[in-house]
Ligand binder design. Structure first.
Ligand code: 5MM
Length: 331
């Protein structure tokens, strides 16, 4: 990579994580998005999915709290109702356009209950095309089940390897990779077990990123917070989540990573914000921000529910959540 190419990657990564802004994860695949729309009584279709994303993207003042929006391929290729392409609308809104390039988590051979995220075939050409059409960054999510036995060494290894291959290809194309290894919140595991597994996963991911020559100053890490499982009777306080999360990250995330943008993982919106606040108040070698999906958009989806008359209610609900999270980063 030339010096200029590297400098551009670093500058984009810094923009993505500069406080107080965060990253809006609006990249639900068509299947997931259709289920979410049905959940609020909307008949799913490409147009309904486009309308919902248009409602989010045209929220007045979005760029004050959001640096970038992660889009699914379907959305990236759509036009808003006024005829502008979605990447153009991102540019007009003052936010970077990001693209989810993985093709989903698929069952891993010989490994019941675990998945490997796919999407490497043809990725170099796809990235070139996305970059030419305005994508500044990309996202790839490894989803790892967590219990007393899982994730297995095999699932961690293959997912870490794929994350690093994806990240290297992104950087070659001039696109900043969001590297997202997610330990899922399903189950009754406690905070300690999540800390132990997150440490193991991050060690494997950074081992692969280094082995494959990825420039750590040109990525954004999107990890889970260290939390207890959703079914765990002992739910930790925000202070306990922050202490456990930062202990793990300090031990395993190199200082040259510019920023950490947390996923919300199924936490209630207010809980995710409280946990983010407790983390962000600490001194860290990397910038701390959010890249929440559900914790930002669930209230907006419910408030809008496909009704044109409630368009502004939806935007107001999104505005409330992004400002709440940006607010704790600015504090
Ligand atoms: C928005 O959801 C993303 C894509 O999901 P599917 O491909 O399964 O439809 C998802 O990757 C999301 O970006 C992350 O999981 C973070 O979202 P949350 O809701 O956990 O913050």
């Amino acid at each position: 990579m030339t010096h200029e190419h590297t400098q551009r990657l670093h500058a984009t990564a810094q923009t993505m994580v500069a406080p107080p802004r965060g990253i809006l994860a609006a990249d639900e695949s068509p299947g997931t998005m259709s289920q979410r729309l049905q959940g609020v009584g909307v008949e799913p279709s490409p147009t309904a999915r486009r309308d919902y994303r248009e409602m989010l993207l045209t929220t007045p003042g979005l760029a004050e709290s959001v640096s970038g929006v992660i889009l699914a391929d379907e959305t990236f290729n759509q036009e808003l109702s006024d005829g502008r392409s979605v990447p153009q609308a991102c540019q007009d809104a003052g936010v970077l356009a990001g693209i989810k390039v993985d093709t989903g988590a698929k069952p891993l051979a010989f490994t019941p209950g675990e998945t490997v995220t796919e999407g490497l075939d043809g990725l170099r050409d796809r990235l070139k095309d996305y970059a030419a059409r305005g994508a500044a960054f990309a996202k790839w999510r490894a989803a790892l089940a967590l219990d007393t036995q899982l994730p297995s060494e095999r699932a961690v290894l293959v997912n870490a390897h794929a994350l690093a291959r994806y990240a290297a290809l992104c950087q070659e194309a001039g696109i900043v990779p969001i590297v997202e290894p997610e330990l899922l919140m399903d189950g009754d595991h406690g905070l300690e077990r999540c800390a132990q597994a997150t440490s193991y996963v991050l060690e494997a991911v950074f081992g692969q990123l280094r082995a494959q020559g990825v420039d750590l100053a040109g990525i954004v890490l999107k990890p889970n917070m260290v939390v207890a499982g959703l079914a765990c009777p002992q739910q930790p306080s925000a202070q306990e989540v922050a202490e456990a999360t930062l202990a793990v990250l300090r031990a395993h995330v190199p200082d040259d990573v510019p920023g950490i943008a947390f996923l919300s993982g199924g936490q209630r919106p207010e809980v995710a914000t409280a946990n983010l606040a407790a983390i962000a108040v600490q001194d860290t070698p990397w910038k701390i921000t959010f890249s929440f999906g559900r914790a930002l958009v669930d209230p907006a989806l419910r408030a809008w529910a496909g009704d044109p008359a409630r368009w502004q209610d939806g935007q107001g609900a999104l505005d409330e959540r992004v400002r709440a999270n940006a607010g704790v980063l600015a504090a």
